[in-house]
Ligand binder design. Structure first.
Ligand code: NAD
Length: 497
């Protein structure tokens, strides 16, 4: 077994020790109870922290703090200009602690430090974007019956809850928290038990930036804590990002209290590559689309659908790119890909691959991996299965790309739309008309043309079919985190007599 060749920064080790001893440094963490859970570095299979699970009592306490803060008006009725100032201060604190947060996120998720740095930069950018929205949301005056004056106004929704996954822990939390705060809501968050550390640190920054006590509340723990939260009648909205299976359970729980829900769920996104494409650009885009974050990405471009005439050349080039990958620890500068998040998830992927082999698939296992005891899996390309096979149909959440070849545009579209998911897609073509035709026919929330995975705070993001509903980011969050009220007044003279 090889020794870990990287040093965990001393300030992170000190913070992890403090947190494991119960010193969260912020009143915003609500977690007391008998049980604890361990958080691991998936690149070394070593323990990073031991944390308390938020019991049902903690969940109720967090919701009650949020409700009290909301009703007191301490945040919900402050001027939008003041909320903007606090959010700008929060973004500045994220940038002040950029190195700390990036290293913490890399260690907790296993992703290479360079990827974690992009995530933390995105967090600051999204907070700043929604800071700008705080004082730009207004209603309309609306023409109606002759003696009536009508207008709409927007106010906060109330107490909003977020349940988030482990793969982009802080960005996905911020897609929800930043607009919620901008528009005056109070908030209860439950990050994934697999990577909760950046959220713990972040809620401390919220207090430092001036978000009043009780407005942001953080719960710790796994599915039971999440389930206690979404079963409560004390919430006005639940925003969930995670697997389709958990999304269904959350929707069922929310329906009992008629709580509003938005769901950002799994995907099985196709990459459609046509013969007219810029092949160098397409190879790089397909590789990045499936091997970023070891394929543990909701929009992972996990199905290559390629025109037969260029398949052989394309695959040869893609295999060369895959061969250059080094799969290792997040803080090892050689790593271009990190580990799978847990031993359980690695087992699930390897048993799916064993099943595919039994069914006649040809597997290309690429790159080199570290000898550390992390949960590593190399980049993999799978050929030779019918498109109805589960390998083509179900989310693997690993660095595994399936291949199918096509001979026409309509065949490519039919295969692209043949799964139950509809989150994203890539189209690679040199023909402008084909780009637009295909993009319009694909059933997905986002279609990238001659690029892949481009996110920006201004761009609405979400899915169709089993990938969920509702949109985050961009102007869509105004509908997500404000309530629209219609005010109608009788302005006839008779009314004044
Ligand atoms: P997961 O569904 O296992 O867990 C997500 C969160 O739900 C965690 O915080 C977990 O503790 C909580 N949870 C589990 N059971 C619960 C229950 N019964 N009630 C309430 N909460 C519960 O997902 P994961 O493994 O953390 O993340 C991977 C999944 O997330 C993949 O399917 C991926 O595609 C999806 N994802 C989607 C998007 C998107 O924007 N569409 C983004 C990232 C990840």
């Amino acid at each position: 077994m090889t020794e870990l060749r990287v040093a965990i920064p001393a300030d992170i080790t000190a913070w992890l020790n403090k947190v494991s001893a119960g010193g969260f440094g912020s009143v915003n963490v609500i977690a007391s109870g008998e049980q604890t859970f361990e958080v691991f570095d998936p690149g070394a299979a070593s323990r990073l922290a031991n944390l308390p699970v938020s019991s049902k009592t903690s969940v109720e306490q967090a919701i009650s703090r949020a409700r009290k803060s909301f009703e007191s008006g301490i945040w919900s009725k402050t001027s939008p200009d003041d909320r903007e100032k606090v959010l700008l201060a929060l973004a500045a604190l994220v940038e002040r602690d950029f190195d700390f947060l990036s290293n913490l996120e890399a260690l907790d998720t296993g992703k290479p430090l360079a990827e974690a740095m992009l995530d933390i930069q995105e967090v600051a950018t999204v907070i700043r974007y929604y800071a700008g929205w705080a004082n730009k949301v207004s209603g309309q005056t609306i023409a109606t019956a002759i003696n009536l004056s009508a207008m709409t106004v927007r106010g906060p929704v109330g107490v909003c809850a977020a349940i988030t996954p482990w793969n982009y822990p802080l960005p996905i939390l911020i897609y929800k928290l930043a607009p919620a705060l901008a528009f005056g809501n109070s908030f209860v968050a439950k990050p994934s038990e697999l990577a909760p550390l950046s959220a713990i640190y972040f809620v401390g920054l919220c207090a430092e930036a001036g978000v009043p006590d009780g407005v942001v509340n953080l719960l710790l723990g796994a599915g039971q804590t999440g389930s206690d939260l979404v079963s409560s009648s004390g919430l006005d909205k639940i925003a969930f990002t995670g697997s389709s299976r958990t999304g269904q359970a959350i929707m069922a729980a929310a329906s009992k209290n008629t709580t509003k829900v938005t769901l950002e769920l799994g995907g099985k996104s196709p990459q459609l590559v046509f013969a007219s494409c810029d092949i160098d650009k397409a190879v790089a885009g397909v590789a990045m689309g499936i091997w970023t974050n070891a394929g543990q990405v909701c929009v992972a471009g996990s199905r290559l659908i390629i025109e037969k005439s260029i398949k052989e050349e394309f695959l040869n080039r893609l295999i060369k790119v895959g061969e250059d990958y080094f799969v290792g620890h997040s803080l090892d500068a050689r790593s271009s890909m990190g580990p799978i998040i847990s031993a359980t998830q690695l087992d699930k992927i390897t048993s799916a691959l064993d099943g595919a082999k039994k069914d006649g698939a040809v597997l290309h296992l690429l790159g080199k991996s570290s000898e550390l005891p992390g949960h590593f899996l190399n980049p993999i390309i799978v050929e030779g299965l019918a498109t109805s096979h589960s390998m083509h149909q179900e989310e693997i959440f690993g660095p595994v790309l399936t291949v199918s070849s096509i001979e026409s545009e309509s065949e490519a579209i039919a295969i692209a739309n043949s799964t139950r998911y509809g989150l994203a897609a890539g189209v690679w073509t040199g023909k402008a008309g084909q780009a637009q035709r295909v993009a319009r026919e694909i059933d997905a929330g986002t279609v990238w043309v001659n690029t892949y995975g481009a996110f920006h705070p201004t761009l609405p993001f979400g899915g169709t079919k089993s990938s969920g509903f509702g949109r985050e980011l961009g102007e869509s969050a105004v509908d997500g985190y404000t309530e629209l009220k219609t005010i109608v007044e009788d302005i006839s003279k008779a009314e004044e007599n």
